[in-house]
Design a binder for this molecule. Structure first.
Ligand code: CMC
Length: 430
């Protein structure tokens, strides 16, 4: 808060509204007293201009293409850090010492198994269930096994729940996939790192040895880092909203997973590959799909393009694009889709419609190609995104719970329906 105010004039009234200062980026007009003072509320579809909270976790500048976790530029973290170190940073606010990181890693690793009864849970879904549905259901399902740690006001309960979630989400995700392809569930290997363990649970079979390729594991770890937080996006806002009702942490995270599933959000990575496949099957005519996306009478949009906040470039997309080359080389994948993707990006980058609206390739445009090169089927991509976003969700949930100003999330509305009218008995209706 500062001494600065913004003045609102409405009819004969004048109201001084305090300005809340950020340490970087947007300042905000605090409108908490607006309705009481004037009888007015604000209306902001999609919350494009609405700050729902103050936050000290992630900063992004959409115009300049800047993304920082706890002050550290994403480029530096992508270059030098690891996913679990980033998870620690997001949740605890500071980079860990070696000892702190070892303890954190040991703690997460210790909890990777899921309750054996949960095998039946996977068995009960149809074989072609979408892994995001299974992951969301499995995450809230975990709460049934840990009823002793639901107390959201107990730091010890929150700590163990956070560790369990970080540890078990990869197991749930991998088992959702194994179920879908009719292979036996592969148990976690606690001698492996976080990303290698996920790859092992996904791709190993009991019948033969599976070696995790170090370059592939590194690429997956990188993707998880890039996904780890993105301030008040749709799924994070959902986690905060559900958490604000004091639902338990499993329920809040499960709701975030459901929000992430949508193709306008995390589900875009799957939609990108489906679109690229469609373009290839349709003869590789990239221009045709760019024109289709521009057609106001066609609901089709180019998945992987555009962003609510980034209006110049998405720094995560730049890092991923550079990594995609390395992964394709490591896996030996001769990826026709990668070539089409590059052509699509080039055509869009030079098209007036896309330039005018500042629609650039976002994180999901190239991440799907890497997931695909690693061997993930496309309906698993968003599960990987969810695993990556989990530390951000936990950090944001904790920040919300610790903030003294937090209240239950409950927006208002401007009612535009029929005013009061009298009930008409059914026989008298025309
Ligand atoms: N293809 C074609 N036109 C687009 C696209 C696109 N991908 N994205 C936006 N537009 C147009 C839109 O039709 C509108 O045009 P007009 O001004 O003529 O009505 C204009 O650009 C502004 O779009 P908007 O819908 O007002 O923008 P928004 O900030 O509400 O939506 C978005 C952001 C990401 C949902 C949107 O750009 C989109 O649907 N992109 C495709 C899905 C996607 O890639 N999502 C992943 C986002 S990044 C990672 C994540 O969130 O998980």
């Amino acid at each position: 808060m500062t001494d600065r105010t913004a003045t609102l004039r409405y009819g004969q009234r004048e109201l001084a509204l305090p300005i809340v200062n950020g340490t970087a980026g947007d300042d905000a007009i605090d409108i908490a007293s607006l309705r009481q003072e004037t009888g007015l509320i604000t209306l902001d579809a999609g919350y494009g201009n609405t700050g729902a909270c103050t936050s000290a976790i992630t900063f992004l500048d959409g115009e300049a293409g800047v993304l920082r976790y706890r002050g550290y530029p994403i480029e530096q973290l992508a270059e030098s850090s690891s996913f679990l170190e980033v998870a620690y940073l997001l949740i605890n606010g500071e980079l860990p010492t070696r000892e702190q990181l070892d303890d954190f890693t040991a703690n997460v690793t210790h909890h990777t198994l899921i309750h054996e009864e949960m095998r039946r849970f996977f068995d009960s879904f149809p074989y072609d269930a979408h892994p995001m549905a299974v992951l969301a259901a499995g995450t809230v399902g975990l709460s049934t096994f840990y009823q002793d740690s639901h107390d959201i006001f107990s730091p010890a309960a929150v700590e163990i729940t956070s560790m369990r979630l970080l540890a078990k989400l990869p197991t749930l995700a991998a088992w959702a996939y194994k179920k879908a392809i009719g292979q036996p569930y592969v148990y976690p290997r606690n001698d492996l790192g976080y990303a290698p363990n996920l790859l092992h649970m996904m791709f190993a079979v009991p019948a033969e040895e599976y070696q995790v390729h170090p370059d592939v594991a590194q690429a997956l770890d990188l993707l998880l880092i890039l996904h780890a937080d993105h301030e008040q996006n749709c799924s994070t806002s959902t986690v905060r909203m559900v958490g604000s009702s004091h639902a338990n942490l499993y329920a809040s995270i499960s709701a975030g997973i459901s929000a992430l599933w949508g193709p306008l959000h995390g589900g875009a990575n799957e939609a990108v590959i489906s679109t690229l496949e469609r373009i290839v099957a349709d003869g590789g005519n990239v221009r045709k799909y760019v024109d289709k996306a521009k057609d106001p009478n066609d609901p089709f949009r180019l998945p992987g393009f555009g962003h609510r906040v980034y209006k110049n470039f998405d720094p995560r997309a730049r890092i991923i694009k550079a990594a995609a080359d390395r992964v394709l080389a490591a896996t030996g994948a001769d990826d026709q889709l990668f070539e089409i993707a590059q052509r699509l990006e080039e055509v869009a980058a030079n098209d007036e419609y896309f330039v005018k609206r500042k629609l650039y390739a976002n994180v999901d445009f190239y991440s799907g190609l890497i997931y695909r090169a690693i061997g993930f089927p496309k309906h698993m991509f968003t599960n990987c995104f969810a695993i990556g976003r989990l530390p951000g969700w936990i950090a944001q949930w904790k920040e919300m719970m610790d903030a003294p100003e937090t209240k239950i999330g409950r927006p208002r509305q401007v009612y535009v329906g029929v005013p009061e009218r009298a009930y008409v008995p059914i026989d008298e209706r025309g």
